[in-house]
Design a protein around this ligand. Sequence first.
Ligand code: SF4
Length: 292
Amino acid sequence: MKIEIDNNSGFCFGVVNAIRKAENHLDTAEKLYCLGDIVHNNKEVERLNRLGLVSINREQFSNTKECTVLVRAHGEPPETYKVARKNNIKIIEATCPVVLTLQKKVQRGYEKMKALNGQLVIFGKQGHAEVVGLVGHTEGKAIVVNDTSDLSKLDYSRPISLFAQTTKDQKIFEEIQNIIKKRMAHFFKEDELPFFVTNSICRQVSERDKAIKHFAGKHNVVVFVSGKKSSNGRMLYEICKTVNSNTYFVSDQSEIELSWFKASDSVGICGATSTPRWLMEEIREKLNQTFD
Ligand code: SF4
């Protein structure tokens, strides 16, 4: 059996940065709280739990005082920092720099829309941590659209400023832009549409589409490794599946079914931006031991 791990899969720099900050802090401290799971991958969360990282939810955060809390790569709404000041909580800032920049742009976009009686729209998953953070930078007023079916929420006779959650699909984002343009054209001259688009999809994600397609096409079986909560994982898995129907989604090596493989197979192991390399290596190890 030939096995290859995709070198383009695994943590993006935002996640690497957050984990490094947590590990650095835990080198000299016994415990560190993290607002939400540091990464959408249970196995990595469990590894960090053993080092002293404790995930807390918003309610627990509001009731916590005088401790240190890490803000993960997804970022947070301004309200979180207010609570931290009130409760004397020290924040370790691990918001990804790409998300920090996006939060500032969303805030400026919102001020502009307020002045024009427009709407700020975010193409993203309702309730996703990054989206919650972005909406918080618009006084909670941003309209979140998860897909084209949500576009009925918009008023096309008013200006629109459109952004995207960093891990969303580029093609659907373009589809959304085209639909908005067409609908606005009923109310405005086509070359004067008050429609402002900021392409905020992260290159760390958008460039993986092409790379993973190529990788999945090279092997007869693909094992896609990701936490079930990762939206980026779901998206990349679907891409692999369209290229290679022998693609299997697993969270760890225990979910591997040996009936998927033959000794003569060429197997590709890949994953999401939240998949740790060590998890992919464990799967390679299991297949090597079984088929060697
Ligand atoms: S996907 Fe991009 S924006 Fe999101 S955490 Fe990773 S590097 Fe940052």
